[in-house]
Design a protein around this ligand. Sequence first.
Ligand code: C5P
Length: 412
Amino acid sequence: MRIVLGVGGGIAAYKVASLLRLFTEAGHDVTVIPTEASTRFVGTATWEALSGNPVSNSVFDDVHLVNHVRLGHEADLVVVAPATADLLAKAATGQAGDLLTNTLLMAHGPVLFAPAMHTEMWQHAATRANVETLRGRGAAVLEPASGRLTGADSGPGRLPEPQAIFDAAMALVQGRSDYQLPLAGRTVTISAGGTRESLDPVRFLGNRSSGKQGVALAVAARNAGATVRLLAAHMEVPAPAGVEVQRVETALELREAALAAAADSDVIIMSAAVADFRPGEVSDTKIKKRDDTADPVITLVRNPDILQELVEKRNASRAGSGQLVVGFAAETGDSQGDVLAYAQAKLQRKGCDLLVVNHVGMDKVFGQDSNAVVILSRAGSEPQEASGTKTEVSEAIIRRISFELNHVSPRA
Ligand code: C5P
């Protein structure tokens, strides 16, 4: 397929090198047309080397080839990334000041814009109107992803991930012109890592959770277009870019954060390993080791079950009835029953919509890079298996969640 890849003048232009790679590795012939402004971010040499085709942004280069007519006519697909506010405006008003805008006017095939800009610019009435105009004319304009932007600000405006743009482009070519990222416009809250329950100022009761699965889920949800809020308990891996991070330590702190986040979340995924019990008393001072007193005894008290509370809160609120609550279960079988039997019972007890079940042992799952899970649904559909790296498993879980949100009627 012949693809014209227009590159706009935004910092996200550097990510388009990966998008170009995806197109060329899939066997497509790509001509890159960078705007003048974009070459201040990424030079034309990068595009020439990666595409294997000459690169120009002027209608006055190779005039004998009539490039401003030919490229648009011949392209099976035109993709613009990052589509800046300026480029969207120029395309909407039919301006033709450079090779890219000429090509857009001449395009016969589908056109996909992948916007990236600051949130205020994206939400400005002028940009909204331009996007509506372009969509009205049949162009596909992706919703930008949400998260950290170039400065200190965050919100909708990030360029969707290269793989997501690639997927949208392929869907468009197959005639699915209404294609949007599956979680565009959705807010997903994900808890990750293991809670630490204090005994005294220096000691705690903890668990082996690394946070890898929760972080991989956050990345997959972000890549699917969601606004992601990561409630991060203790994790051995860094939080990913492009998600809002709230640090928590104990189960009680996580409970407070999760209940607050639930108010405006479309999805809540409890992948954190939450301590079921905490020390009944937390000493203000370090517990001393002394020879003249008996060894200390730690009394544990039960922590609230956050997942169960989230489900109860969702069920009690009519407004929140479309919310999807997803739990995790780390199970081992025993002489009384197998892993799935225990997991089914847990799903019914907790009342969540989906339960992702891990089969754990001392060497399985915790801290590892790969995983194998079964996704159980309260609605009773067949258990779904997913295995591979934690990234692959997360993508499968996020695909299932998107399907439930977009195709299954409200819950509760
Ligand atoms: O009951 P169990 O701990 O096996 O359940 C695991 C699921 O419940 C996970 O989704 C975990 O995040 C959640 N959980 C919770 N609050 C607790 C314990 C577990 O939300 N106190």
